[in-house]
Ligand binder design. Structure first.
Ligand code: NCD
Length: 327
């Protein structure tokens, strides 16, 4: 990766200051300059994320991870990031069952209390707006690790980082997003971040009932991007530079029967990949389920979803360093 975003020195210092003590609650709240700064610091963090170097940048600092919803990658990724920066972690991944929230403590009070222990908090919750609620009580930066279908800014950032590393730019590409456009907080975050960059084409591929929310579509269009919608992946895959796959989100449906209607709608296979450009990449936040992304695709050099895991550590190291004034 050779490209960098152009900035003067004074701007860089100002941008760093911008992050200190700040919450990272939504992708929408980040400016283009802030996104670029995060990606550039992530690049500096790569050797640490790749286990080639050690750092004590955040020695003595404590991260609290508060998870009210299942996670493998996001929680371990944040915890690894903190440990690789020389800091420590306190963690509860069953907040609903084992924290005082069970005794009806408010998220506001939980924020007050946990921020007395920790220097930074990372939280995931199944409902929209809950991370912001906890942040109101917190005296330390709070980072949103996913709030229901609303937002997942750090996944969006690591997806942009993966694209930037591959293409050296975030401008003028054709992004195909397939799966659950309605509920995928990852797609929502990707759009909110990508909207700031040069004119691109967004192709949303989803069943009618799981279409991209109208307001997101309009935001992209008014930022100058072209937006297309289709239900058919095969007919558009050959036009894409990036295929962002997201699982149909069973837990967001009212009932299992509702979910069953959409299960198996898409399947990315080696046969389908033959129709894609040689330069196209496939990204996916994972987990993969129901053969929506076949294991045989892992062999394809265009599959970037396992590289994304390491990229996620670099990006989260960058965020932790920035909000604690060490970027
Ligand atoms: C995503 C999430 O939790 O929103 N996963 C992740 O963070 N790695 C996507 C998903 O669960 O499908």
């Amino acid at each position: 990766m050779t490209k960098t975003f152009q900035k003067d020195e004074q701007n860089i210092t100002l941008l760093m200051m911008n992050f200190i003590g700040k919450h990272i609650l939504s992708a929408t709240a980040l400016s283009k300059e802030e996104i670029e700064r995060i990606l550039e610091v992530a690049k500096e963090m790569e050797p640490f994320a790749r286990k080639e170097k050690v750092s004590d940048l955040l020695k003595g600092k404590v991260l609290a991870t508060l998870f009210f919803e299942p996670s493998t990658r996001t929680r371990f990724s944040f915890e690894t990031s903190m440990v690789r920066l020389g800091g420590s972690v306190i963690s509860n991944y069953m907040m609903k069952e084992t924290s005082s929230v069970k005794k009806r403590e408010t998220l506001y009070d939980t924020g007050k209390v946990v921020s007395a222990f920790a220097d930074v908090i990372v939280m995931r919750h199944p409902e929209r707006g809950t991370v912001a609620e906890l942040a109101k009580g917190s005296m330390v930066p709070v980072i949103n690790a996913g709030d229901g279908p609303a937002d997942h800014p750090t996944q969006g950032l690591l997806d942009l980082y993966t694209i930037w590393k591959q293409f050296g730019t975030l401008d003028g590409l054709t992004f195909g997003m397939v799966g659950d456009m309605k509920f995928s907080r990852v797609v929502h975050a990707e759009c909110a971040l990508l909207k700031h960059f040069g004119k691109s084409r967004f192709v949303f591929i989803a069943p009618e009932a799981l279409k991209i929310p109208q307001e997101l579509k309009e935001e992209l269009e008014s930022a100058g991007h072209e937006v297309l919608e289709t239900e058919d992946l095969e007919s558009v895959i050959g036009t894409l530079d990036v295929l962002s796959n997201t699982r149909i989100q069973e837990e967001r449906f009212e009932s299992h029967e509702d979910y069953e209607k959409f299960r198996g709608t898409y399947s990315i296979s080696a046969d389908l990949m033959v129709k894609a450009k040689d330069s196209m990449i496939v990204i996916d936040p994972l987990p993969r389920v129901d053969d929506q992304l076949k294991i045989e695709v892992d062999e394809d050099s265009r599959a970037k979803y396992f590289e994304q895991v390491t990229n996620g550590v670099a990006v989260r190291m960058a965020l932790l360093a920035l909000v604690m004034g060490r970027g």
